[in-house]
Design a protein around this ligand. Structure first.
Ligand SMILES: *Cc1c(COP(=O)(O)O)cnc(C)c1O
Length: 379
């Protein structure tokens, strides 16, 4: 069914179609054309990362990270149970064994106080996910990772332009991954990026992304022919998609201002209502500048969430939930996941609700959502 107020709407900042037309008429629509280069330079300069590479999606950026880690069968990676399936699948594809960590009850980010006890001699990497674009405790996580020689790979799909203690999310780990999927702050439909903060990984990342060849070095005139030098695949998006994404990057200030306005209005207008009904609103610790990726609520019970979703649906409003605990999924159980392993994840995954949240959401649309919440009585 279609909803008067959907959960998400694809957004155009204004120049997307003009840039796509320009890309097509320029004669190069394959990967690493002029728009891709602009997007790379923009990410590198605005975040201060040594290297950014666009990828076909965030899942593929995570797969590149698993290859760059040289993941071997039996290696362990520590990953929150409360995340999107790609965070873990990319490593499982290379034979890694996922070790699921619970999340903190406030930010729903990886609980750094539990990290140390999950580390074994086989642990290779830890994967912080900056849930809702609010930073994980990267100071603590970085210190523990350094002590145990673990690579940090940030899944920053929610967190582009968020900061932790003043530092951009995506710049803490040796590697970080971004998503430009339709539901993220900046989009080109399907897209992603790998941010490379460890300069020692740059050359191999370029090779892996270019089918295991040294094609990038060839184009820079550093080798006189290009050939197969390593494992790899094809992770480059078409320059047509980069043209769409470039128009969104150009509108960064406007996009983030719109999202900030929507987030703050939900947060203030739902404050009294939430308190009255035992609903918890998002928590943003003082050392986090969030990326305004989503607005979620924690309802008092699964029954209240189901009833509220039905009530909103009857009012033409689509609200959704995620993530089912990975450690209790069909695959997670095969890796030894059991009920009780991650109690916070198990609890919040039954109660979390995401409200409609998109760049083009109007004041009237948001009023309608807020009034529908006020009108809900079936607690
Ligand atoms: C969206 C998302 C992904 C996957 O992104 P794709 O670009 O669709 O592959 C990975 N991790 C998290 C946390 C996400 O929200």
């Amino acid at each position: 069914m279609s909803y008067a107020i959907p959960f998400n709407k694809p957004y155009m900042a204004g120049r997307e179609l003009a840039y796509i037309a320009d890309s097509v008429s320029s004669g190069q629509i394959s990967g690493d054309g002029p728009y891709t280069k602009r997007c790379h330079a923009y990410l590198e300069e605005s975040l201060g990362v040594p290297k950014a590479l666009l990828t076909t999606n965030c899942t593929h950026a995570l797969e590149m990270a698993a290859l760059l880690l040289d993941t071997q069968p039996g290696d362990e990676v520590i990953v929150p149970s409360f995340t999107f399936v790609s965070t873990v699948n990319a490593f499982v594809l290379r034979g890694a064994h996922p070790v699921f960590i619970d999340v903190r009850p406030d930010t729903l980010n990886l609980d750094e106080t539990q990290l140390e006890r999950l580390i074994t001699p086989r642990t290779r990497a830890v994967l912080p996910v900056h849930y809702a674009g609010v930073g994980c405790a990267m100071d603590v996580i970085s210190e523990i990772a350094a002590q145990h020689d673990l690579m940090i790979i940030e899944d920053n799909a929610h967190g582009l332009f968020g900061r932790y203690q003043g530092q951009y999310l995506g710049t803490f780990g040796a590697l970080a991954t971004q998503s430009f999927h339709e539901t993220k702050n900046f989009t080109c439909g399907e897209g992603g990026a790998l941010l490379i903060n460890d300069p020692a990984l740059v050359e191999r990342a370029e090779i892996i992304r270019e089918k295991g060849t040294n094609r990038s070095r060839f184009f820079r005139g550093m080798v006189d022919k290009y050939t197969w030098v390593d494992v790899g695949s094809s992770y480059l998006p078409s320059d047509v998609l980069a043209a769409y994404l470039w128009a969104q990057f150009e509108a960064k200030e406007e996009i983030q201002a719109r999202r900030q306005r929507l987030w703050k209005r939900y947060h203030s207008e739902l404050a009294g209502w939430a308190e009255m009904h035992g609903v918890r609103r998002p928590v943003v610790p003082p050392d986090c500048e969030q990326a305004y990726h989503m607005y979620y609520l924690l309802l008092p019970s699964l029954a209240a969430r189901s009833a509220l979703i039905a009530h909103l649906k009857a009012n033409g409003i689509l609200a959704v939930f995620h993530y089912l605990p990975l450690h209790l999924s069909e695959m997670g159980v095969k890796y030894g996941g059991q009920p009780g392993d991650c109690p916070v994840t198990e609890d919040v995954s039954d109660r979390l609700l995401r409200l409609p949240f998109y760049n083009s959401m109007t004041e009237d649309e948001q009023t309608r959502v807020i009034e529908a919440l006020y009108a809900f009585e079936d607690w």
